[in-house]
Every structure is written in structure tokens, then in C-alpha cells.
Design a protein around this ligand. Sequence first.
Ligand SMILES: Cc1ncc(COP(=O)(O)O)c(C=O)c1O
Length: 514
Amino acid sequence: MALSNLVNNLEESVTLSASARAKQLKAEGRDILMLTLGEPDFVTPNNIATAAKEAIDSGKSSFYTQAEGLPELKDAVGSYFERYYGYGVSHEQVVITTGAKFALYAFFAAVLDLGDEVIIPTPYWVSYAEQVKMVGGKPVFAVATQENNFKITTEQLEEVVTGSTKVLILNSPSNPTGVIYTAEELTLLGNWAVAHGILILADDIYGRLVYNANQFTPISTLSEEIRNQTIVINGVSKTYAMTGWRIGFATGNPEIIGAMSKIVSQTTSNPTTVAQYAAIEALNGDQTEAENMRAEFEKRLNMLLPLINEIRGFEAIKPQGAFYLFPKVSEAMAIKGFSNVTAFCDDILEKTGVALVTGAGFGASQNLRLSYATDFETLFEAVNRLKEYMGREFFRSNFNVMMYVEDVAESVKFWGSIGFSAQILDENSADIKSSADADVTFTLYKKDIVRQISPEAADSVPSLLLQTEDLDDLYQKLVELNHAAGEIVDAPGLGRVFNFTDPDGNFYAVRESK
Ligand SMILES: Cc1ncc(COP(=O)(O)O)c(C=O)c1O
């Protein structure tokens, strides 16, 4: 069959195809752990499901709505923006779409002409580049790596901008890295786009999934000029566990929104009516369940990160939002004899049954993505299998690990109060030793000093896996000091573990030494 050039040039979504392969193996009877898909493992909260049932029972969900969405839902989006963005949006500034994904497509179709360029910072969500290509645009990549915390700068934008650049995509918190740009960084990027007359596509879909007291600043709130230049994409899928309902929305300049509405009216017509009624309840109703789910993701992140970093050859930075870890695995690939991350990812699936997503589809050839939007049991079992696969004998040497603290003397007091001994090296550093397990030694280092050498390192939040002989005693002490997070859980292959944060916000997981 002669298919179109468009389709022949289109990549399949790596996240969806990775899930499909894993599901196929599962159907064949293999024991598969799915860490592939970007969707909450929770079901949609009750109040939302009830609103949908009522919309069906009353008959009002039987009919088409306005193509660009129910006015009541646009009102709900308006109130949502007032609450979370601090500014309102009128009806002509809102279009409701079939998932945020279609809002993105409608946007590209509305603003791009053949050959127009879209700057996409890497690593990027898989669909951006393919959607741009589908409407004849040209994706241009600004490369951010793990070494610079996966963030791009205006200097990098200067290198890739051309006379044909029409759009800059910003996705913060990011899929796949979980990184959030600060207000200062966004101001620089936003002003740069304004100065060049380039539209900003702000994909804020993970804006409510932010952890450990980090802040998400929507770029559209930074100045009038930036807001006028920005189309915001958002939706209910991730925040409200509503991926299956397919409701997203876009807000911004009425002319662009009107053009997107025209595209919606000629393609999908209105998004499914019953799902729109459900979305009204999601946005207007009680937010407790959304907060509970966010808190649960936070717990999983804090527990999982140190464990992932203990797998031989895996190195993950601490994300601030979304629900993904994106470890760099170049060392692990070298150990296992792979030079291609996709082949490495396939091998992991075949040998261990752990389904991950290759970083290649996200524009990162040394990373893998894993989603922690799944239960603890699955996550622990996955870590266990990955450790087995990479070589269980490995235990990261803690001798080189540095924890950055504001005040070394205060920090030494904290460690002393939970039974660790300290050797003060000088006024800026101290070695901490676990008296229960002398294998564990790490260094506290004064942040101010580190800041002078490497501001990025000083602001990073390191994590470390500790071992102790008396887990309950340590847990109790931390509970008394208000530093323990969550409960002690039984992790297959690892034994009992829990996690905590030191007074400087550094993260530790603790397991029982065997
Ligand atoms: C960055 C990003 N934007 C948009 C979407 C699309 O979300 P929706 O389910 O609302 O179409 C996703 C979903 O994976 C995403 O990760």
C-alpha cells in the first residue's frame, strides 16, 4: 500500500510502543513490570465520576456541544486560572480539546506554515517533534543535558534561532526529566522570545504535580508582554487521574485560540460531552483527592530516587515535578556492552521483565525513562530486578559522597542526635559515619563554599542510601525529630526501608543491613 509521505516520515510514539510491547509479553504470560506509561495508577476521584454519571442520567451528555467546548467548562477553566495563575481568561481565550495532545496539534496547525521552525529543548516529550512535522513545520532542537540539569539557556537559543523560527516550546515541569525552570530562568527565556517575536508554547500539564516544596511558576504569569506571546496548554489528565477522559485545554491570544477552535470544529468536533461535564467537576470541585495523589507521588519519588541511584551504572538527578525519573545509563550500557540505549532498554525488558522507555525517543541517547506513577511493590520489585541484572555485588562507595549543608556544626548535631558519629575535618566540612555500619561514611560540606566553585552543585539535592542494623530505632529517632517521611515498607529483595530528609533537604533512604 502506498502510504503518504507524511505517515512514512512519522515516528511511532516510543512511550506507547514500549507499553504495547510490554503488554504483548504480559499477554504471553511473562511477569512484566510496567514503568512505561505516563499516567497515574489511581482511578478518577469519586466526585468527578459521580458528576459524569449525573450528566449521563440527565440526558445532557447525549448531544454535541459547541465545538470549542461547553461555556460552563470555559468558566471553570477561567476560575482555575484565577486560582492557580492569578489571572482570568475569557471565553474567547479558551478552547477545550480532546486531551492536551490535541490542543498541541491544533496549535501547531493553527500557527505553522510549511518550513516554519519550532525550537524544542531536549530532552522533549515525544509528540512535539512529530506533531510539528505533521503540519509541515520543522523541529529544531536546543540540546540540554544532565550536566546542566536539563535546562536550556538564551545563549543556546541564540545558536539555533533563524528567520524562520516561529515557536519556542517550554514544558516545565518536564516530561521526561521532571525539571522545573525557576521564575528567573523563565523570565530570561520569555523576554528572549518576546524580543525575537517568537510565540511561546507553554505546556503546563504537570504544573500541579510538584514535590518537596518546589515551586512551579507558569511563564505566562511573569509579565504582560510574555503572556501576550504565550499559548498555555493544560488539562485534567495528570492532575486528576483522568487520562482516559481525554480533556485538555489551551488559553491565550483570542486570534490563535479562534484558529485552533476552527481546526477542532473540522476534525474532532467537540470533545466528548460527558468528559467535559466530568472536567467541570474536576476543576471546580473538591481538590483533596488531587492533593492526596500528588502527596503519594512525592513519597514514591523520595523513596525511589536513592534506590535507583544505587543500581550499578544508573545516575539520576532529582526531579522537582511530573512523575518520571530519567537516569543516565551510559555507564550501565558500557558495563553491559551496549552502545545503543534502545537496544539496552529492549534487553532489560527481555531479561528482567522491567518495561522502561528508551531515552532515544526523547532526544537523549544516554538515558532511560521510568514512570513512578505505579505502586511501591512494583517499583521495589523493578529496582530489585534491575540490580540483579546490573550485578548485585555492587554497592556505591559512600566515601566520595558529599552532602551540602548550610551550617556544618548544626548538621553534625543532627547526625549525632540520630546516633551517627562525626569527624569534624575543618569549619567547612565533616565526615559522618554510621556507628551501626562503619561502611557508610559521607562528607558534609558547607554550601557557601561549594556555591563559589559550582552554584549548580550547591543547589542540587543529593540523595544517599544508608544501611543500619537497627532500622526501628533510627526510624523512631527521626519520627521524634519530625524528619521521617512516610512509613517503613517491605521492599522485595531490599528488606525493610524508609526515607527521610535532613535539615537541609537532602534525601536519604535507609535499609536494614543484613
Ligand atoms: C508533556 C505532555 N504534554 C501533553 C500530554 C498530553 O496529555 P493528554 O493526556 O491530556 O493528551 C502529555 C501526556 O503524556 C505530556 O506528557
